[in-house]
Design a binder for this molecule. Sequence first.
Ligand code: ADP
Ligand code: ZN
Length: 788
Amino acid sequence: MNRFVENSLFGEDKAEKTAAGNIIKVAFESGADSLFDYLVPDKLWPVSIGQRVEAPFGKNNKLETGFCVGAEEKQPQITQIPQNKKQKAFKLKAIIDVVDKEPLVDAGLMELARWISDYYVCPLGMVLGAIVPGAVKKGAGEKKQKYVYLAVGPEKIEQTEAAIKGQKQKKIIEQLRNSNAFEPETSIEHKELLKQIGCGEIPLKNLAQKNIIKIAQRTVLRSLPAIPEGLIIKHERVILNDDQKIGLLNINSRIDEGKFGVSVLFGVTDSGKTELYIKAIEQTIKKGKTAIVMLPEIALTTQTIQRFSARFEKIAVMHSGLTGPQRNTQWHKIKKGEADVVIGARSAVFAPLTNLGLIVVDEEHESSYKQDTTPRYHGRDVAIKRAQLCNAHCILGSATPSMETLQNCKTKNTIFKMVRLPKRVMNLPFPEMRLIDMKNFSSQLMSEPLEKHLDETLSRKEQAILLLNRRGYSNFVFCPSCKHILQCRNCDVTLTFHKTKERHAAIPTITGRHMHSGMAICHYCGSQTLVPQKCPLCGKGMTMIGLGAQRLEEELNQKYPAARVARIDSDSMKGADYYRILRDFSEGKIDILAGTQILAKGLHFPNVTLVGIISADTSLYLPDFRANERTFQLISQVAGRAGRSAKKGTVFIQTFLGNQPAIQFALKGDFEGFVREELKHRYICNLPPFWRLSLITLRDQTFEKLEIASKLLREKIDEVLAGEKLQIKVRGPIQAIISRIQTFHRMQIILQAPQPSILHRLFTILRSLPPIRPAVTVTIDIDPVDLL
Ligand code: ADP
Ligand code: ZN
C-alpha cells in the first residue's frame, strides 16, 4: 500500500505540493490517517527520519508536532495536479522547527510502527506517539544548564593576555586552564565556576564578548535510579533440573542460530520458567546482543526487578511505578546503549534497544497485554513481530498458554516450538483445591470452611490472599419494594456503591446489619452520585446487593481485628502505591491481602498458604466468548499463588456453578482436557484461534445519527465484500453489550474471517474510501480480547 497517497476513514485531506527544496513526510501525533509533505527551510536541514518537527497544520495552520517518517534531499521542481480536489495546486507549507536533537525512533522501530499502523488500522503518527513514552517527549526531569570553556586553543592562550583585564578575569582563565577546559566536554558548569572564583557574571560576560571564553547551554537529565534498593536478593547458584536443562538446550540452540523463532515455554507456576528466561538472556548477552523481558504490570514488583538486577548489571526498567523523570532517565539509558536487558510492562516492547536478540513475554495469555486505547495493539503479538523483523528469538511463557499460541504450535510448527516444564521445582506438592458450593452459604461473603481455615492460617503466622473480582463495596444499590436499581446517567450500567469517610448517606446492607455512608460510582465514566436514602421512584428504603472488594476488606477487619489487612484494586491503587503494598506484603507487614484479579498474576510470596476465590463465577457470567478461558486461567493462576515453599498450600474456590467445565477442569488441574473441550466450541462457532475477529465500534451521543452511520458503514462493508469476493461473516450493527458509555451510545459490527489477511484487505479498502457521513467516532479493534 502506498501510504504517501492514502486518504482515510478518519477524515482529513492531505496537502498537495508544488515546490522545490528539501521535502519531508510528516505523521502527526494527533491522529490524521495520512502523511503530509512539508518543506524544510535550509537553516533547519537536515531532518532525519524519527525526529519530531513542529509544523502548521490544517485550515487554521495550528502548530502541531509530528514525526518525520520520510526525508529526501533537494527535489527538482514538481507540480502535482491534485486528483479528486478542485483543480488548484496548493503551495507546500514549511515546518517551523525541529523538536528533537536526535531521532527518537530508529529504523527498526519505524518499520515496526508501520506494521502496527497497517495491521491495527491506526494512523502512523499515533503509533509513533505511543512508541515514545510521554515522559521522554516532555523531557521530564530535564534541566537547562549553562557551562563555560575556553574559546582559544592551548597554543594561543598566552597571546590573549593583553585582553584580559583585572584579577577576576585572570582567575577565571587560570581556573579554566587548570581544568583543561578547552572543549565543551571538559567545560565547567557556569554556577560552579562563579562559586570557585567568587565573582558575579560580569567578568564572564566580558571574556565571552572578547571571544576568549564560550558560554553555552545544554540540557541535562539527572540520573535517577529506578531499581529499588534495600532488600538484597542473594544470588544463589541454581543447578537446573533435568526438564530445565532440556528446555534451555532447546532454547539456546535457537538463540545461537540467530534466526527468528518462538519458543513457547509451557510450565506450571514454580516450574522454573523465570530461571530459564534468565539463562536464555545470559546466552543472548554472551552473543553480544540485548534482551527485553515483558511482564504483566502487577508482576513488576520489587522482588522481580531485584531478582533480575541481581543477575544482570546493565538493566533498565519501564513500568507505571516510575516517576516521569525516572522513566525519561531509563529510556535515555537504553537509547545510549547502557542497558542490555530491559524489563517492563506492555510498552517495554518498544524499548529503544539496538541489536535485539531476545524478547521474553511472561504470562503470554494475559489479556492486559492488549492495549484498550488506540493503538489497540497486543503486546505479545507486537513482540513476535518485532522479533521477526530483527531476526531475534521470542519466548512466550505461561502455565496456561492462550488458545492462539497453542494453535500456532500446531499450524506454524517450524516457527513455534513448545518447551515443557511439567513439574514444580524441587517437586513441591500442588496445593489442595477445595470447591465450596455457595448454595449453602448464599447470603455470606465467606463460607464457614474458608473462615475457619483463615483463622488457622493466621494463627500459624502465615499469609492469605483473598480474591474478589469486583471493585467497590457492592454490585448495585436497589429498592427491594419496586426493584428500581440505581443506574448511571451517562452509561448503560448499574452504579457500584463505594464507601466514603464522610457521612453523605446511610443505607443498610441486605442483611440490615450495618449502616454505611457513601457514593454510587460508575466504573465506566467515573461519575459519582450521592446514594439516596429513599428510592427515587417509590420512596421506600434502598439496599445493596452483591459483593465488592471494599466490603470484603471491611468484613475482614471486623472478623479478624488482630490481622493486618490491605486491599489492592484499581480504586485504591495509583502507580507507586500498589508497589508499596506488595512490598509490605512480601516483607510480612500485611497478613491478608484482599483484592481483584490483579492479585492472581505472577506474584511470589513463599509465606502465602491460603488463597480464597470469593466468587469464581463473576467472570463466567460475562457474555463473552473468552469467559471460560478466563475462568480457567484465573483459578489455575490463583492456585499457583498458594504454597510456594515447603509449607502446604490450600485453595478455596467458592462458586454457585460448580459443575461448569471451566471450574471442573481447573479443579483437577487438567489443562489439556480444558483446551480440548474449549477448542471444540471455538471451532464450531468460527471463533479464534481458528478464525480471526475484528470489532468495529461506532459511538455518538445522538442515537438516530449513530444508527444511520452504522447502517451506512455496514452497506459499505457489504459492497466491498461483494466486489472483492472476501470470505467474511458480518454481524451487526448491533447495540454493544454496554450500550452507552459516558453519554455516548455504542453500536458494534463484528467481523469474522478464516484468515487475518482477508480482514486486512477489507480495512485497507475501507481506509482508502471517504469517511462516512454523518460523521461518528469509529474505532477498530483487530483481534479484540473481548466483545464488551
Ligand atoms: P516460574 O517462573 O515458573 O514460576 P521460577 O523460575 O520463579 O518459576 O522458580 C520458582 C522458584 O524456584 C524460584 O525461587 C527459583 O529461584 C527457584 N528455582 C528455579 N529453578 C531452580 C532450580 N533448578 N533449583 C533450585 N531452585 C530453583
Ligand atoms: Zn457512567
